[in-house]
Design a protein around this ligand. Sequence first.
Ligand SMILES: [Zn+2]
Length: 402
Amino acid sequence: MKYCTKCVQPDTRPNIYFNEEGVCGGCLWKEKMETTIDWNQRQKELNEIVVETKRKAKKRGTPYECAIGVSGGKDSTFQALYARDVLGLRPLLVNCEPGNISEIGLKNIENLKNLGFDTIALRANSIVQKKLIKRDFYDNLNPGRTTEYVLYAVTYIIAQKFDIPLIIQGENVGLTFGDSKSELGTGDDALIANKHNTLIEGIEPFIKEGLVEEDDMFLFHYDANKLREMDIRGIWMNYYVKEYSFQHNLLFSLKNGLTIRSKDRNLDNLGTYNRYSQLDGSGDLLEVNQMMKHVKFGFGQATDHVNYDIRYGLISRAEGIALIKTFDGKCGNKYIKNFCEYIDISEKEFWDVTNSFRGDMWELDDNGDWKLKNPLWEQEPPSDLDLKEIIAKTDIAAKVGK
Ligand SMILES: [Zn+2]
């Protein structure tokens, strides 16, 4: 595997872009953010969108001016409050309820509702969802994929139903992960969210296979053309708002009642070191899915978080390497057990299928264990670093007493 020379982004990430100097699209975006983007101009454009949106809403007689998908986590809390308090819009919040919400997730969505918004919650049929999860485990080792379908689609569906002129999405990962050179990686148009890697396959394969009926999949997709016809616009907030970042949104949301994982969480179970990403999801599926990403592509959730933290200047690249060496791909056995129970397979079956997807960046060592070939920490061994100290550097919540 080759890695970005600035962060720890590997070249095995699907659709990743690197320039001639070996710098990844994510780092290039960060540089662009700080140098060439005219944020005042973008703010102006955003203000024009707000004026236009208000005009449209009034004309249509709809009480809601924008629809925002929310989980109650750090990003959606920021989005909702920014839209209402800074942009002066009247939002309808759309919550896609996870099947098995965590205690922290429940607290956070309640917190956001109590900050004073109209909210609508939708949850996909759990039996249908389970079928899709099991199918995707066998078919592409990405069982969490269709939960993201719903997560995105519900906001667009509700905007269409209520004729809400603007949809505000948070982060275009095409920009921040440097996933793509295409229109996804450059523009503000959030109606094309369904062209993202995870969503692009759509619902047709499931219906063709006879696994489910089309009407079972209503909440799993949206019709971008119909929205355009109705003159409904979708924008990415991180295209317009300079301060939008992992770290900024966290600090902002902590001030507004966000709950995060405790400092004494069990780090051996988690594929990352940070306390505040994806707080609402059911731990089992999330952790298992991230571990599977590691099996397929040779990197896991810690890599994503390290990349944010390096670009934000919290840690050095060497410190990031120490973190991914320790955390990437870790997944507590309890999560695997629960997942096996959920889709009703044995743990042997689980590992047989999982290992059949192992990417060619893996090899078996002398003990018969899987090991990455020439990973970054062998290419550039981090010298004598204290892991606890590094984690403390990234823990900006602790720095504000949380
Ligand atoms: Zn990079």
